[in-house]
Design a protein around this ligand. Structure first.
Ligand SMILES: C=C(O[C@@H]1C=C(C(=O)O)C=C[C@H]1O)C(=O)O
Ligand SMILES: NC(=O)CC[C@H](N)C(=O)O
Length: 876
């Protein structure tokens, strides 16, 4: 017998895939996902009613999902509204969840009101009646033991429950309200609101039609599994209704274009070579396969490496200074906090990676909204001159497919002794690239031409293993050469340097001092060359309140509000060599000026497991990120580490903050913080389900508190396993593999997960799409740019590690602040000195429980770390 088939109607929620996974695994059903507003099923079309009933015939049952907004707004519920209005002859069993539930209640004549305070990520006991015989028929809570469930809602159904006297409640709570005879209440939650108790309807059944609804979220990781029985009961009822009413499902699945499905674990891999024939190449395929010089960069390489002991005093920037003086582009992924890891305290940042000779390697760049990518290279070894090529993206093609195609052709086997980056893509993406991926297209007319993605294909690199104390010099080199001479030269250069043997190097320790939080102000002691514009505290508080208004009206459950600080200073060096022109330290007593000095200062001031220094694509990024976004291995295990819940580290003496991990645990293990984290965990599960498929995502760690240089953070770990490719089909001609053209098997990889999960949920809030639209407006329609993007690698062995770009400063070469001659801020001679602008983003998640001043303080705490590098006396 074929498995049951369910249609899931998705209202653009960030938990939808979790529901699809739950339905698939608990009911062993096939679930088709259809957005609430599919273009080919428009209510304006004359054939809409027939098209809808034709579609529904393919399903045993329908689930109307949760989502942002209100059940009273046609654009928020889309198709759902028409499902409740189906003619008796076309009825189908339906379960509404959250927004879907509210929409059902509204269709029965009930109203929705704002809760006294929204309940997002809150876990509550569900009051339902296990035994009540009169409800046996259609009571989907029948026989279900008590359980707790997660709530994500701001609105709730009013069916007149407040009019029932306390003494009558136990008897009347399961009765149909006299004015709403279609609604049979089946579950409640009671929220203590101090003076009174708010009665919140959690479950209903339609008294005549096969419609049920749940206000809580059955799919949340914190809804107890006992509650899954409700879903099983619903489906039993649905199937029974279909049988009793002789409703027969069409045997074939629907072919509506907007329908999508989560990947199956035994998904058949896509054989790339079957997607095109040689003479119908288009878009990036023709570039990848058409013999362009750049498209063949780095092909047919193998891995070679050698290893040295790392002297205890040598740090990542020392190695860069020894090897990369005079270079322009840099990519350094720096586990600056790893000093501690050598004594076992911090195992998160185990490796640091230094890309070598980035100036000479090939780069792929892309700008959101474009229909092409750009490849460039200026390697004197590979090519005689600098070359740039534009790569068209064909209809429907994305930059990620181009990257995957390029990547797949350069795969090398995993090397046992090198369980880290071997060479491959390294680079960054902006927040705006992520917005493009979720169809938030708000940046069509940007006044610059900066890339939103810049990846270099790195063939020479160094990996520092901080736990082992080793330096691995490595190369992806053309077959035929052994690369020994190059590796020896690098090893010699390191070992012969004065720093390596003597431990002579700049003293930056003064930047490591961390101060108490003081209110933000433009620092008095800052060099007069520097002008700092911090967000206005009152304005920020007012934006927090605006976010809370959106949350109260049901448009969002959590919003990660951010703002940026701008630092204008005399350009430290020309963009052409602004990298490490001077890999030299700052003058004693002055603020660090060059990007390199800022990086040196930040990594000692605020050492973090996912720090970085990147100069690529016209951007300079100096980061001390504590947050891993996504790690994946070559076998398809993906791990995300969303971070939510922040408390400042205090150094005793009272005040806000926490002095010890135990104090931080006490501050962070409270409903507000745990709920913030849970919301993002459920959102990340949704993102991972999209790539991994149903039942392939788990949460090994929930709400753990970790210590960082200046803050404690609450983190969770969410893991997913990608569907494994089945072996490629045997050669048709029985010949050996090299004769068989179908050898390149494309399947879902870590890059797909990256593409599907940007922008990072911890930087947006939920539901992601609506949250990003709201934040764009509240944050003043400004680009976040590098802040809230990601930095990391996807290596040639198929592994990747990406961090969220936070606690960082960035700058663009083409951004030159206007100089007002004689404004006292510049040292201009004749008013001509160029000024550069650094940006620091900071923010935090706003929820219904946030306070405006609490959020403001949190933003300034996060700002303080990176901003402090501009102030020698650290007074900010
Ligand atoms: C927004 C920032 O941080 C994000 C927000 C956090 C929070 O709300 O607790 C924690 C880590 C980050 O995901 C930032 O650092 O600027
Ligand atoms: N999760 C949901 O579906 C929420 C529904 C509605 N937007 C509310 O906030 O009440």
């Amino acid at each position: 017998m074929s498995p049951p088939r369910i249609l899931f109607i998705d209202a653009y929620d960030s938990f939808s895939n979790n529901i699809v996974s739950l339905l698939t695994t608990t009911l062993e059903a096939e679930v088709d996902i259809l957005p609430i507003d599919p273009p080919e099923l428009s209510p304006d079309s004359p054939s809409f009613a027939k098209d809808l009933t034709d579609l529904l015939r393919h399903y045993d049952a329908v689930v109307c999902g949760p989502g942002p907004g209100s059940p009273n707004l046609a654009q928020d519920v889309g198709l759902m509204k028409y499902i409740w209005e189906l003619e008796p002859a076309h009825l189908v069993p339906v379960l509404g969840i959250c927004l879907g539930f509210q929409s059902l209640v509204v269709s029965c004549g009930g109203i929705v009101k704002k809760l006294q305070t929204g309940l997002h990520g809150m876990i509550r006991d569900i009051d339902h009646d296990i035994h009540r015989p009169s409800l046996e028929e259609g009571n989907i809570f029948c026989g279900v033991p008590p359980f707790k469930a997660t709530l994500y809602h701001s609105l709730h159904a009013d069916i007149g429950q407040d009019g029932i006297a306390a003494g009558d409640w136990e008897v009347s709570k399961w009765s149909r309200p006299a004015h709403l005879p279609d609604i049979v209440p089946q579950a409640w939650v009671y929220e203590n609101r101090g003076d009174d108790t708010e009665r919140i309807l959690m479950g209903v059944k339609h008294s005549k039609k096969p419609f049920w609804g749940l206000q809580y979220h059955p799919e949340s990781i914190c809804t107890e599994p006992t509650g899954h029985q409700v879903i099983q009961n619903w489906f039993k009822e649905a199937v029974r209704w279909d049988r009793v009413n002789s409703r027969i499902r069409e045997p074939e699945p629907s072919s509506l274009r907007s329908i999508t499905r989560l990947p199956k674990s035994n998904a058949h891999p896509i054989d790339e070579s079957m997607n095109y024939s040689e003479n119908s190449l288009k878009g990036y395929d023709s570039w990848l396969n058409g013999g362009s010089e750049l498209a063949s960069f780095g092909l047919n390489r193998r891995y070679r490496s050698c290893s040295l002991r790392l002297p205890i005093h040598i740090e990542v920037p020392d190695i860069v200074e020894i090897l990369q003086g005079g270079k322009k582009d840099f990519i350094i992924l720096d586990s600056a906090s790893a000093k501690a890891s050598r004594i076992g305290a911090d195992v998160r940042g185990k490796y640091s990676i230094i890309a070598l000779d980035v100036d000479e390697t090939m780069k792929l760049e892309y700008r959101a909204g474009d229909r092409h990518a750009t490849a460039r290279c200026s390697s004197p070894h590979e090519f005689s001159q600098k070359i740039t090529e534009q790569i068209p993206l064909g209809p429907g093609q994305t930059i990620w497919q181009l990257l995957a195609g390029f990547w797949n052709k350069r795969k090398v086997p995993v090397v046992d002794y090198a369980p880290h980056f071997l060479g491959g893509f390294m680079g960054f993406t902006t927040y705006e690239l992520g917005l493009e991926g979720i169809d938030v297209n708000v940046y069509q007319d940007r006044p610059h031409n900066r890339p939103d993605l810049s990846f270099a294909w790195v063939t020479k690199s160094i990996v520092i293993d901080h736990t082992q104390g080793t330096v691995r010099i490595q190369q992806l080199l053309p077959s035929g050469s052994d690369g020994k001479a190059w590796m020896d030269s690098i090893a010699n250069k390191l070992q012969m340097s004065a720093v390596w043997s003597d431990g002579l190097r700049a003293d930056f320790t003064k930047f490591a001092q961390l101060n108490e939080l003081t209110p933000p102000s433009t620092p008095k002691s800052i060099s007069i060359r520097t002008n700092i514009l911090v967000p206005d505290a009152d304005e920020y508080e007012s934006k927090v309140r605006t976010c809370q208004d959106y949350i109260a009206s049901g448009d969002s459950y959590e919003l990660c509000l951010t703002d940026q600080t701008h630092i204008t200073q005399t350009r430290s060096c020309s963009p052409a060599d602004s990298s490490t022109s001077a890999l030299a330290p700052a003058e004693p007593g002055t603020a660090p000026g060059t990007p390199w000095q800022l990086y040196r200062a930040l990594r000692s001031r605020q050492p973090a497991p996912f720090g970085s220094f990147v100069r690529l694509g016209g951007a300079t990024l100096v980061s001390s990120s504590p947050e891993r976004f996504l790690e994946f291995d070559a076998d398809g295990l993906c791990s995300m580490r969303p971070m939510k819940g922040t408390v400042r580290k205090s150094h005793g003496g009272g005040g806000t903050g926490a002095a010890t991990l135990a104090d931080a645990e006490a501050v962070l293990h409270v409903p507000k913080e745990e709920a913030e984290n849970l919301m993002i965990v459920d959102l990340v599960r949704h993102d991972l389900h999209a790539a991994c498929g149903p039942g392939r995502v788990r949460v090994p760690k929930l709400n753990a508190v970790e210590e960082y240089a200046s803050v404690f953070q609450m983190i969770s770990v969410v893991e997913g396993r990608l569907p494994s490719p089945s072996p490629p089909p045997p050669p048709l001609d029985g010949g050996n593999e090299s004769n068989n053209k179908r050898t390149s098997v494309a399947t879902t990889t870590g890059l797909d997960v990256l593409a599907a999960s940007l922008p990072p949920g911890s930087m947006t809030g939920a539901p992601k799409k609506r949250a990003c639209e709201i934040l764009h407006a509240v944050e003043g329609r400004r680009e976040r740019s590098l802040y809230s993007g990601v930095v990391g690698y996807a290596d040639a062995a198929g592994r990747g590690d990406w961090s969220v770009t936070i606690r960082s400063l960035f700058r663009w070469d083409d951004e030159v602040a206007a100089v007002v001659p004689g404004d006292g801020q510049g040292q201009e001679q004749g008013g001509q000195l160029e000024r550069e602008v650094w940006h620091i983003g900071a923010g935090g998640a706003v929820t219904a429980l946030s306070t405006a001043d609490g959020e403001r303080d949190e933003m300034f705490v996060k700002l303080k770390g990176p901003l402090g590098v501009f102030d020698v006396d650290d007074e900010v």
